[in-house]
Design a binder for this molecule. Structure first.
Ligand SMILES: [Zn+2]
Length: 247
C-alpha cells in the first residue's frame, strides 16, 4: 500500500519507519527496495483486503494524478461490516479502481455492488501486443462529440469480452495520451465501439465530478454509421440497458 499510519499520521513508506494498516490496524513494514515501487506490506504477509492487487508503477502513476487525501480510502458496508480499500475516492464520493490483472466475473460483480458509485480504469497493456493490436483494429471516428470509434479486435486476449460484463464505466488505458471507454463489444464478431477521452480530461472530469459516460449502444445503433454495436438480441446489449453508459 502507498500509505500506513505512523504514530497516527498517514505516511508514505521510508526506511526505518514502523506503521499500522489503515484498514485492519495490524503492523506494516516499509518496503523500500530498488526494483518494486516503495510500498507498505503487512508484517503478517497476508493482506487484509482480498481485493487488493499488488501495486505496479502503473497503479501508482494513476493514483498520484489525484489528491493524496483521496488515496486508499476504507469503505464500509454498515449492514454487513464488510470493508475494503478503494484506490481513490473523491470528495464527491466517486470511487476509482485501477485494475491491472484479469479478474473473475464474481469479483467484478462484488466490487461493483459494494462500491456502487464507481468507475474502472483498466491497464490495457498487460499483454505486450495489446496496444499494437488495438491500434490496428481501430477505425473511425464514427461519431463526433462524443468521439466514438469502431473496433475490430484481432487479439486473443479476452479483455474486451471480460470488461463488457461490467455495469460501471470502464476506461481502457493502452499507454497513449488517450483513454478509451468501452461502449460495446460483441464477443462473437469481436467488433465493438469505444469512446475516446483524453487522459487529462478524464482526470479533470473525475476530480471535478463531471459526467463521465455520454453514450451507450442504444444511441449508437440509432444514429451512427456501421459498423454497428451488438444487436438488440445480443447478451452484451442487455447489460447496458439503463446501465451506467447512459447516465
Ligand atoms: Zn490491513
Amino acid at each position: 500500500m502507498q500509505f500506513a499510519l505512523v504514530e497516527n499520521v498517514v505516511s508514505e513508506p521510508k526506511p526505518g519507519l514502523n506503521g499500522t494498516c489503515k484498514c485492519c490496524g495490524t503492523p506494516m513494514v516499509p518496503k523500500c527496495g530498488r526494483h518494486k515501487i516503495w510500498h507498505w506490506a503487512h508484517k503478517s504477509l497476508v493482506h487484509c483486503d482480498s481485493w487488493w492487487e499488488t501495486e505496479t508503477a502503473w497503479h501508482r502513476g494513476w493514483k498520484n494524478k489525484f489528491n493524496k487525501e483521496w488515496h486508499e480510502i476504507i469503505h464500509f458496508d454498515t449492514e454487513t461490516g464488510e470493508k475494503h480499500i478503494a484506490d481513490v475516492k473523491t470528495d464527491r464520493g466517486l470511487i476509482v479502481e485501477f485494475q491491472h490483472s484479469a479478474m473473475k466475473f464474481e469479483e467484478l460483480e462484488s466490487r461493483e455492488q459494494f462500491y456502487k458509485n464507481m468507475v474502472w480504469i483498466v491497464d490495457g497493456c498487460r499483454s505486450d501486443q495489446n496496444a499494437f493490436l488495438f491500434d490496428q483494429g481501430l477505425a473511425g471516428p464514427i461519431s463526433v462529440n462524443p468521439d466514438t470509434y469502431s473496433l475490430q479486435w484481432f487479439g486473443s486476449s479476452k479483455i474486451f469480452e471480460d470488461w463488457m460484463q461490467a455495469t460501471k464505466p470502464v476506461f481502457l488505458d493502452f499507454g497513449s495520451e488517450n483513454l478509451w471507454r468501452l461502449v460495446s463489444f460483441n464477443s462473437a464478431t469481436k467488433k465493438g465501439v469505444v469512446e475516446l477521452i483524453g487522459r487529462e480530461c478524464l482526470v479533470g472530469d473525475i476530480t471535478e465530478g463531471r459526467p463521465l459516460a455520454q453514450i451507450g449502444p442504444a444511441e449508437l445503433s440509432s444514429n451512427l454509421t456501421p459498423p454497428l454495436p451488438p444487436q438488440a438480441d445480443s447478451p452484451q446489449l442487455s447489460l447496458w440497458a439503463g446501465g451506467p453508459g447512459l447516465k
